[in-house]
Ligand binder design. Structure first.
Ligand code: C5P
Length: 227
């Protein structure tokens, strides 16, 4: 059976990674969460104080890009890949609201995007991949056989993300989570380099009123039609 490339893009917290993971498992494909890669660089920028609430040293961060090694490694316990930064497992550390609050600024830097996109294209060079992000169907794999663009209302997304963070024990308010989602949507859609856009040939799925199972059925049908 021929292997294809599946690009899943969309706004923040639309459940892209949930469906991408399920689909990859179903098809026996590799799954790559590109948001984790931008979060990893942001984690580095925060750790070494290139970015904080009052300053952002873009030149300093860019000068260190060659020192930033981001990669994925299978976690035997969970069965999914964890993200690593220079040998440190940062899978949990990158999912906080604090990282979410800085990531869109870091992801807007062209040099950061250039480096990560190159790495993503290598990962998908042999196809058989489901990759989720913001620019997969437009920039990373414009030739992907299947492109999905996920949407849902901001309130639906904030409720999902709020519950996720609370269940992990993070102390956050619904209002802060909603604000972060709206701000990231704005920054991601309005940056100059690779703004979040629906590719002309992407299929839009609004999952505000779909269960995870319904959404999975719909997307598997689309994927199987391409294989
Ligand atoms: O997917 P996730 O919400 O974890 O992505 C975090 C952030 O990383 C996004 O808000 C966006 O700023 C950036 N991102 C990006 N391009 C991608 C994936 C993520 O700019 N392909």
């Amino acid at each position: 059976m021929q292997k294809i490339t599946i690009a899943i893009d969309g706004f923040s917290s639309t459940g892209k990674s949930t469906i991408a993971k399920q689909l990859a498992k179903h098809l026996g494909y590799i799954y790559v969460d590109t948001g984790a890669m931008y979060r990893a660089v942001t984690y580095y920028a925060m750790k070494y104080d290139f970015i904080n609430a009052t300053h952002f040293d873009v030149v300093g961060l860019v000068s260190k890009l060659h020192d930033i090694v981001v990669y994925f490694k299978l976690n035997q316990e969970t069965g999914s890949a964890d993200v690593y930064l220079n040998g440190e497992n940062i899978e949990q550390a990158i999912r906080t609201l604090e990282v979410s609050n800085f990531v869109s600024q870091v992801a807007a830097i062209p040099e950061v995007r250039y480096q990560l996109v190159k790495q993503q294209q290598k990962m998908g060079a042999k196809k058989g991949i489901v990759m989720d992000g913001r620019d997969i169907g437009t920039v990373v794999f414009p030739e992907a056989e299947l492109k999905i663009f996920m949407t849902a209302s901001a309130e639906t997304r904030a409720t999902r993300r709020f519950n996720e963070l609370i269940n992990k024990g993070e102390v956050v308010t619904y209002t802060d989570v909603l604000h972060n989602i709206e701000e990231r949507d704005f920054l991601d859609s309005n940056r100059e380099d690779s703004p979040l856009r629906k590719a002309a040939d992407a299929i839009e799925i609004d999952n505000s009123n779909l269960t995870i199972a319904q959404q999975f059925q719909e997307i598997v049908k689309l994927a199987e039609a391409e294989i």
